[in-house]
Design a protein around this ligand. Structure first.
Ligand code: MN
Length: 245
């Protein structure tokens, strides 16, 4: 199995090194990741300038690794172009959760989504970060168990996986859609000029059975996602309300 690894935290992130190491137990691994951090870039693609890649300045213990001057989605497009028989794209392990409405701006998930758009299975993996870096050795058996389950899946599926700090069980979940605070918090710079932080935090309790709910309870959350955003119920209702040709 040929496994392409990317992320949105950039080639220097300890999360991508941990993922590449675990994934190498399952097949032939190649790392193609952004040269600088691209978190919260969502599914941005670079179309107004060309892309290039260079050998990674950090070692991945014998794994071929490259850095790209582009976004996570660019890395997947370029990586699968250069390595055209890629079987699966793994994105992460992101330093920060990608739960609920965070999926809308996640670069980690966008990379896995780009794989599915190209007809290749995509799996995004994330974990929260506190004051210290995540303990990837503690997560490793859970990452391995997740990959054992998801890598043999034949269907073209997009998976969003989130690991709590200290995992207990692995559970199947759906996306939490409860309200998020996407508001601006003002602050100032050392010269007293105005600056603004865009904050993202949940406003409501997580719904049972959702990704947020699972991770809050110390469980690994796996959510299968689809790319079709059509609201079928609304489509039917508007067709009835405003019949068009
Ligand atoms: Mn990130």
């Amino acid at each position: 199995m040929r496994i392409l690894i990317t992320n949105d935290d950039g080639i220097y992130s300890p999360g991508i090194a941990a993922l590449a190491k675990i994934a190498s137990r399952f097949g032939e691994v190649r790392v193609v990741a952004p040269d600088v951090e691209q978190s919260s870039m969502g599914h941005a693609v670079t179309h107004s300038r060309p892309l290039s890649y260079k050998t990674s300045p950090v070692s991945f213990e014998g794994i071929n690794a490259y850095r790209v001057n582009g976004t996570p989605a660019d890395c997947v497009a370029l990586g699968t172009h250069l390595w055209s028989d890629t079987d699966v794209v793994l994105s992460g392990i992101n330093m920060g959760p990608n739960l609920g409405n965070s999926m809308w701006h996640s670069g980690t998930l966008a990379a896995a989504k780009q794989a599915v758009l190209l007809g290749i299975k995509g799996i995004a993996l994330s974990t929260p970060v506190g004051n210290t870096e995540p303990d990837f050795d503690r997560l490793a058996p859970y990452v391995e168990r997740t990959l054992e389950m998801l890598l043999p899946v034949n269907e073209l599926t997009l998976f969003n996986v989130n690991f709590p700090e200290e995992p207990k069980e692995i559970v199947w979940t759906r996306q939490s859609v409860r309200l998020y605070d996407g508001t601006i918090v003002p602050t100032t710079d050392p010269l007293n000029r105005k600056l603004y932080w865009f904050t993202v935090k949940p406003l409501e309790e997580a719904e049972e059975g959702t990704d947020r709910w699972a991770v809050e309870r110390g469980n690994v959350s796996i959510t299968p996602l689809r790319l079709d955003l059509t609201d079928e119920a609304q489509l039917e209702s508007f067709k009835t309300m405003h019949p068009l040709k």
